[in-house]
Design a protein around this ligand. Structure first.
Ligand code: F6R
Length: 614
């Protein structure tokens, strides 16, 4: 999804720093890149479709210099990914440059109005319209800040914007509404960016902005306002601003590849550490026990998320039912609008989101709140919108995840949610206090088990991935295995561009089996709650499928010869270990399949790390 960064400094050194920031934003997914600087009083814009390194070279960005610069990575929404649609966009006079993340909803009517007032609109984007609206404000005699207030009260939709006015060359103007934007307060320089990852080299102290806020930064000052209902500017006091400063703990090293060829493989291998951090940070966190009480006493419990985070929610719903005997409705965030009517006072929703900025998840959360439900956020990025909008925030501590595919954040979510389920079981009476404690003690071994699983999975996954013959596969599981199968198939699809379909194994004979013919690959995610999956393996094999069963080594299944079995580390009959045992194999299979086919596993086509649009 689009990424923004702007830096203003006392030194003339900001262009390479903005390029570094854009590099850190690459993981969000993008198709075009651009920057604007003010140099000798005039605005210079360089932009193009393409990858960052290529655009920097071919557009001559490395030859630019200046003490103020804004940059952008674009993920196309309005208009195709071509040079003219890349950001920054400028007004008719070429003296105002705007970068934007979000979607302006009243785009068509604004465009018509601006054209009828004589503006020449060069791109297909909604962003360019903001530049022309700002131009009108200046022409009416407003200050840059006044023209920002005027323009923003005319647009509807979502935006995080950074703006340069050549008439005010020492300040970057910014505004936020429903799209993430963070101020970075450095020494002799200040910055604004879409996320903390982009700011790691610039500033340790950050201020996450709220919806409806706007202002400016210079090298040494910050001014922040709230936009009132009539477009008036309400100043936010320096004391309030100071009280909102947070210190980032992530380091630039944690966001680098550290010798691995790709972020994805680094992050797969970082899982034991991520799990350990998540475990240590959560096991005695009183917020878990508090959340558990809220959940057990709730009228109804929902878990909402998108993609991989939804799959972690499925694992949670299974654990809550089996361990705590609490039913939990899993909801795909983008589907929530069609079933929101059932929500009311007394309900509790767990919103799971690595980024804490996923549009669909945030919109669902806002609707749950409006209908009287309480919100528990499970979040990896602190100070994100979900963090701020949740009644209780529970943090996974996976560190920055740069690869577009969620890997270490998935298992960290599972760890946290399994811990939460043990607290729920204690509160519901399904487990005694000492039984729940024993569950939690055992979960402390999951990081080590994950490490063993990665070590055992890597050579087999590499062999199968490099063989590279899979085009279309089924991934089947029963019980807990069916949620893991969903996550496995998502990884295979998004990273290895393989048509991978997950199905509950028992359901596969009600239709999907019709596709199976000689050599059709079927992966089975066997978990210890469902030994009868062996029957499904036999059904598939009998129809010629090339069946591969992945299972904990100590799970004994009756499997006839001819079916390949991949034994992973034993789970000692402890079901909560099994996501940690089975998931890494499929992450690695996706990774090695993608690399063997020459795909970039860190930046799969058409995908964005953080999906901040509807
Ligand atoms: C898959 C993946 C996506 C995300 C989804 C939600 O590998 O990364 O499916 O899980 O976009 O993102 P968050 O967790 O940031 O809300």
């Amino acid at each position: 999804m689009c990424g923004i960064i702007g830096i203003v400094s006392r030194e003339e050194d900001v262009v390479p720093r903005v390029v570094d920031g854009l590099k850190r934003l690459e993981y969000r997914g993008y198709d075009s890149v651009g920057v604007a600087v003010v140099s000798a009083g005039s605005l210079v814009v360089r932009k193009s479709a393409g990858k960052l390194a290529d655009v920097v070279r071919k557009a001559g960005i490395s030859r630019l210099s200046g003490g103020i610069c804004i940059g952008h990575t674009r993920w196309a929404t309005h208009g195709p990914p071509i040079d003219v649609n890349a950001h920054p966009h400028v007004d008719c006079s070429g003296s105002i440059a705007v970068v934007h993340n979000g979607v302006i909803r009243n785009f068509s009517s604004l465009r018509e109005q601006l054209e009828s007032r004589g503006h020449t609109i060069r791109s297909d984007t909604d962003t360019e319209l903001i530049a022309h609206l700002l131009e009108e404000g200046l022409r009416e005699g407003l200050s840059p800040l006044g023209s920002m207030a005027r323009a923003l009260s005319m647009v509807t939709g979502s935006y995080a914007i950074a703006v340069l006015f050549s008439s005010d060359p020492g300040r970057i103007y910014f505004a936020r509404m429903h799209s993430p934007l963070i101020l970075g307060l450095g020494e002799g320089s200040n910055a604004v960016a879409s996320d903390v990852t982009a700011l790691l080299d610039v500033a340790r102290r950050v201020v996450p902005l709220n919806d409806g806020e706007l202002g400016w930064i210079s090298a040494t000052e910050v001014a922040l306002y709230r936009l009132g209902g009539n477009g008036e500017l309400v100043p936010i006091s320096p004391a309030e601003l100071a009280s909102r400063i947070k210190v980032i703990e992530w380091t630039p090293e944690s966001a680098s590849k550290a010798g691995y060829p790709h972020f994805m493989i680094k992050e797969i291998y970082e899982q034991p550490q991520a799990l350990l951090e998540t475990y240590n940070g959560s096991v005695e966190d009183p917020s878990l026990a508090r959340s558990a009480r809220l959940l057990v006493d709730a009228r109804r419990v929902y878990v909402v998320g998108a993609g991989t985070s939804y799959h972690a929610g499925l694992v949670f719903s299974y654990m809550a039912a089996t361990l705590a005997r609490v039913p939990v409705y899993p909801v795909i965030a983008s589907e929530h609008p069609y079933m929101g009517n059932a929500i009311g006072e007394g309900d509790v929703v767990i919103a799971v989101s690595q980024s804490g900025e996923t549009y669909d998840t945030l919109e669902a959360v806002r609707d749950y709140k409006k209908r009287g439900a309480r919100v528990i956020g499970v979040i990896n990025v602190v100070y994100s919108a979900l963090d701020r909008e949740s009644d209780i925030s529970l943090y996974t501590r996976a560190g920055p995840e740069i690869g577009v595919a969620a890997t270490k954040t998935f298992l960290s979510q599972v760890m946290l949610l399994e811990l939460l389920a043990t607290f729920m079981a204690e509160h519901s009476g399904a487990l005694t206090g000492s039984e729940a404690l024993e569950y939690r003690r055992k979960l402390g071994k999951a990081p080590r088990i994950t490490q063993d699983s990665i070590a055992a999975s890597d050579p087999v996954a590499r062999f199968l991935g490099e063989r590279g013959s899979y085009k279309s596969v089924y991934v089947l599981g029963r019980g807990l295995g069916s949620s893991i199968a969903k996550e496995a198939s998502l990884k295979l699809k998004e990273i290895a561009y393989m048509h991978a379909e997950a199905y509950p194994a028992g359901e596969s004979k009600h239709g999907p089996i019709a596709l199976v013919e000689k050599g059709f690959p079927v992966f089975m995610v066997a978990t210890s709650d469902s030994p009868h999956i062996s029957g499904n393996a036999m059904e598939m094999s009998a129809r010629g499928a090339e069946v591969v069963v992945t299972k904990p080594a100590d799970l004994s299944l009756e499997i006839p010869r001819g079916i390949k079995v991949i034994d992973l580390p034993p789970s000692q009959g402890f079901l909560p270990y099994e996501p940690f045992i089975l998931t890494p194999f499929y992450q690695l299979l996706s990774y090695y399949s993608a690399v063997a086919k020459g795909y970039d596993p860190d930046k799969p086509r058409n995908l964005a790390k953080t999906v901040t649009v509807e």
